[in-house]
Structures are given as structure tokens and as C-alpha cells.
Design a binder for this molecule. Structure first.
Ligand SMILES: [Zn+2]
Ligand SMILES: [Zn+2]
Length: 123
């Protein structure tokens, strides 16, 4: 059994060798490939600058010029307001950047509820 297995492996490696040799023999010399690069912008974020990536159809790729500026923060709003708005005072909401954790606050106005409205009687 073990011998058979070994023979099999030998056979396989012989096959690979022959295919390698035949490949080398019949090698067609192609004219030198002229890369044609297509540029694609890779977006950055507030920590990493975006850049241009150039790729050729053959798979060759390189990083091009970087953006001058960092990208945008990726803000998520904290569902719990810092200060809840009341009818008299605007509320404060905070939002956090998921990338670097920086935060900013913004005011928001109280949203009138239907039952806040004074009873009005129309005659
Ligand atoms: Zn190419
Ligand atoms: Zn950020």
C-alpha cells in the first residue's frame, strides 16, 4: 500500500515536471506589455488620507498621489441626548466618530407633541 502511494506521488511529480518542461519549450515570446493604468480613488477617513490607485489589466497596481486632506469623520449619533430638549430650552445631542472617537455636540429643538398644543376652541 505504502509503495503504491509513493509511486503515485512519483508519477504526479513526473507529470508536473514534464508539463513544466513542455511549457518552457513552446514558450511564445510576446511583445513587451505596455501597461495601461486606470485610476480609481480610494476614499480615506479622518485618520487615513485617501489616494489614487492605478491598476493595469494585467493586475499590476501602484499607489498614486495622496489626497491633500484627510477624509470625513464617520459620525454616529448617541441615542441618549446630553440634555433633553424641553419646551423652553433646546436639547443637546452628541455624535461620535467611529474611527477616532472624536465627538461634537449640536443643539436640537424640542419637538412639539400633539398634546402640548393648547386646547383651542373653534366657534
Ligand atoms: Zn500591465
Ligand atoms: Zn473621526
Amino acid at each position: 500500500m505504502r509503495l503504491l502511494k509513493r509511486l503515485g506521488i512519483l508519477f504526479l511529480s513526473a507529470m508536473i515536471l514534464t508539463s513544466l518542461i513542455s511549457c518552457g519549450k513552446d514558450e511564445i515570446v510576446l511583445p513587451p506589455h505596455q501597461h495601461t493604468y486606470y485610476g480609481k480613488h480610494i476614499a480615506g477617513n479622518c485618520q487615513v488620507k485617501g489616494y489614487m490607485e492605478y491598476t493595469c489589466a494585467c493586475g499590476d497596481t501602484y499607489h498614486g498621489e495622496e489626497d491633500a486632506e484627510y477624509g470625513e469623520h464617520t459620525f454616529v449619533e448617541d441615542p441618549v441626548p446630553v440634555r433633553v430638549a424641553t419646551q423652553d430650552t433646546p436639547g443637546i445631542k452628541r455624535r461620535y466618530c467611529t474611527v477616532d472617537g472624536c465627538s461634537e455636540v449640536e443643539y436640537y429643538n424640542y419637538e412639539w407633541q400633539p398634546n402640548d398644543l393648547p386646547d383651542t376652541e373653534f366657534d
